[in-house]
Design a binder for this molecule. Structure first.
Ligand code: SAH
Ligand code: SF4
Ligand code: F3S
Length: 474
């Protein structure tokens, strides 16, 4: 079956319900015969958008009667939700698939599905078809909700099912979802991206920007609050352009104010903000809304104006810094974090100097740093002045050397202060510690038991490391 082009709507979700119950019947028979549920394992690559899609996949899998596991070796059904923003994300998928080939030889009933951004690229799809014939089901970013139908078709036919759409349909509302955390949740407010930064593959694999209506979003947030969720993270590739194209135009700032009014929700986060669209109205809304966290993730990418222009970012270094200063003026305790890319075509030492200058002036509380990865199909991939790996690595190290002391210094200033920390999980390094986050998104470890998870705990900071804080309950 290939390229079925029904657009998603309420009807087609009804159709999926039929497949959900058909598969559930099969899984119930299996469970009765084997004394255990079939297990599904969803492995996520990439950003929070993908992580949230995986929660929807798990929601559907659960309705189809699968148990869930994070151990691939125990799974009867493995789904890789893929990312293609950088080459190494793709290589990891191919590497894992190579390993699964042997696993499937030992366990022929095992099913393997691939979905997500990487599958939206024709070249990746061709490679899967030719070299990875042990893959059973492939779908993309626009038709995730059709998993039940695709799985059923594969089970019945015994042959691989590829279903990739090249554009979005109606937004599929009301998909079931299983959250990783019971007390915090992600909420899509928009899908896709229209910005076409010259290095970036996302607009090609996630389609054009479209916003959900404020009513649908509020309805979901209220439902989450009723379900015990205290913190929501609003997701979009560029939340600052939320609402464009809606019949009743609503700005992102207005949306924040609406969500701020939902009882039970105590913290609101959002990502990502594109600097070119960050409005004064948003800064005021952040400052006025008590529940909106004192943290903004504002990717700068680079500091050199010529590079920013070639990246198609639509702001200058000066404009970016002005925005950061405005945020800090309105909310002195607001953490600003960023994404930085080095090794973009044409970036030599002098261009990196500008990025380092921005780092020093903006005083970022945290940053994700990336080495530019050439993505076929993007304008930057065919630019002539590609940078050597050696040059890119030098820039990368210089950027880290500038960033880390600032992050450490900002953390040091927190020693002695008291924060409300939302306790999230048992620390991975030491089971007598709990890890949580402050309002400004700092990671804090403190001594405590798992009964604290999901609640706000007052913690006094006693010690700091570069990337986290240590504190004690008071
Ligand atoms: N929409 C978000 C970012 C999504 S991608 C925004 O505009 O801020 C997350 C980060 O990946 C980007 O901020 C960028 O720093 C990085 N990235 C995107 N394309 C890349 C590429 N081709 N090579 C290396 N890093 C890339
Ligand atoms: Fe990519 Fe730019 Fe869109 Fe972000 S805003 S997803 S970096 S094209
Ligand atoms: Fe996210 Fe990667 Fe897709 S960063 S939008 S999962 S290409």
């Amino acid at each position: 079956m290939e390229g079925t082009m029904a657009l998603p709507g309420v009807d087609s979700l009804e159709v999926q319900k039929k497949y959900i119950s058909l598969i559930k019947e099969k899984n119930t028979v299996y469970e009765n015969e084997n004394g255990r549920k079939r297990l599904a394992c969803v492995i996520t690559f990439g950003c929070q958008m993908n992580a949230h899609d995986s929660e929807k996949l798990l929601g559907m899998l659960c309705e189809m009667g699968y148990g869930s596991t994070d151990k691939e070796q125990d799974a009867d059904f493995i789904i890789y939700n893929t990312c293609c923003v950088r080459e190494n994300a793709e290589n990891r998928v191919y590497g894992n698939l190579g390993y699964l080939k042997h696993k499937k030889a030992e366990k022929p009933d095992m099913k393997i599905a691939l979905c997500g951004c990487m599958m939206q690229q024709p070249t990746a799809l061709e490679t899967i078809r030719q070299k990875y014939r042990h893959v059973d089901i492939v779908f993309g970013t626009f038709n995730l909700y059709r998993l039940p139908e695709l799985l059923y078709t594969n089970i019945e036919s015994g042959s691989p099912v590829f279903d990739i759409w090249d554009r979005h349909g109606e937004i599929a509302e009301d998909l079931p979802s299983i959250r990783k955390y019971r007390f915090k949740a992600s909420v899509n407010i928009m899908y896709g991206c229209n910005n076409f930064c010259s290095y970036c593959i996302v607009p090609y694999v996630r389609g054009r920007e479209r916003s959900r209506t404020p009513e649908d979003i509020l309805c979901e947030v209220r439902r989450l609050a009723d379900d015990g969720v205290k913190e929501v993270t609003l997701l979009g590739q560029n939340v600052n352009s939320y609402g464009r194209g809606l019949e009743q135009k609503t700005s992102f700032a207005e949306l924040l104010r609406l969500i701020n009014g939902v009882d039970g929700i105590e913290r609101i986060r959002f990502m990502t903000s594109h600097p070119k669209d960050l409005s004064d109205e948003l800064i005021s809304a952040m400052a006025e809304c008590k529940k909106v966290c004192r943290h903004i993730h504002l990717p700068v990418q680079a500091g050199c104006n010529a590079i920013l222009e070639k990246m198609n970012r639509h702001y200058t270094k000066e404009k970016y810094l002005e925005t950061v200063y405005k945020i800090k003026k309105a909310m002195p305790d607001c953490a600003v974090t960023t994404d930085i890319m080095v090794g973009f075509p044409g970036e030599g030492d002098r261009e990196t100097d500008d990025t380092i200058d921005v780092i020093k002036k903006a005083r970022f509380s945290g940053a994700f740093t990336f080495i530019y990865s050439r993505r076929t199909g993007t304008p930057a991939a065919v630019m002539e002045d590609q940078v050597s790996e050696e040059q890119a690595k030098r820039s990368f190290n210089r950027v880290l050397e500038a960033l880390n002391p600032i992050i450490y210094e900002l953390n040091t200033q927190k020693i002695g202060s008291v924060f409300d920390v939302l306790a999230e999980e048992v620390s991975s390094g030491d089971a007598s510690f709990i890890t949580g986050r402050t309002d400004d998104n700092s990671l804090v470890h403190f001594k405590g038991g798992r009964e604290l998870i999901g609640s706000f705990v007052r913690v006094k900071i006693t010690e700091c490391k570069t990337f986290y804080l240590i504190g004690e309950r008071i």
